[in-house]
Unconditional design. Structure first.
Length: 155
């Protein structure tokens, strides 16, 4: 076989692999986290609690979203930096969450972290405030495919 035939066959195979790989990546990004998760995600990202923060706290980046495909739950959240005392931050979010209809949930977590739940689109959503250190924390809403998901996992 001549050299240019081998080169042509090589490039044809590489083009096929590239097209197949791109199609696979597109398909995996286009899938829902779980059936109905797009509707849940839409409700979670528009929840007022994600834009609420104490005056001394500033967002550290944009809103993030993600999907845990193994356990079939999605998450939406935002990180913050603060000059407030963490206990004041937790108190702010506790009051704000309850005023928006979130119900406190007991979980075995750090004493400075809190968790709340509320039904959202045929499942249960869990809102948590998670302290990273004395000046940083993040707020997060998670929802699973089934409403029976454990708050110990989702908070």
């Amino acid at each position: 076989m001549r050299m240019w035939h081998r080169v042509t066959i090589f490039f044809a195979c590489m083009a096929g692999l590239l097209i197949f790989g791109a199609a696979s990546i597109y398909q995996s990004l286009d899938r829902e986290c779980f059936p109905g998760s797009d509707a849940v995600l839409s409700q979670l990202t528009s929840d007022d609690i994600l834009d609420s923060h104490p005056a001394a706290s500033t967002p550290d980046g944009d809103l993030y979203t993600g999907c845990e495909t193994d356990d079939h739950y999605l998450t939406v959240g935002r990180s913050f930096e603060t000059t407030d005392e963490i206990s004041d931050v937790v108190a702010f979010y506790t009051e704000r969450a309850q005023s928006l209809g979130w119900t406190p949930v007991e979980v075995e977590a750090l004493p400075s972290s809190v968790c709340f739940s509320r039904p959202v689109a045929n499942t249960m959503a869990y809102y948590s405030v998670n302290v990273e250190n004395a000046r940083a924390y993040y707020v997060n809403i998670s929802a699973a495919e089934t409403a029976a998901a454990s708050p110990d996992v989702l908070c």
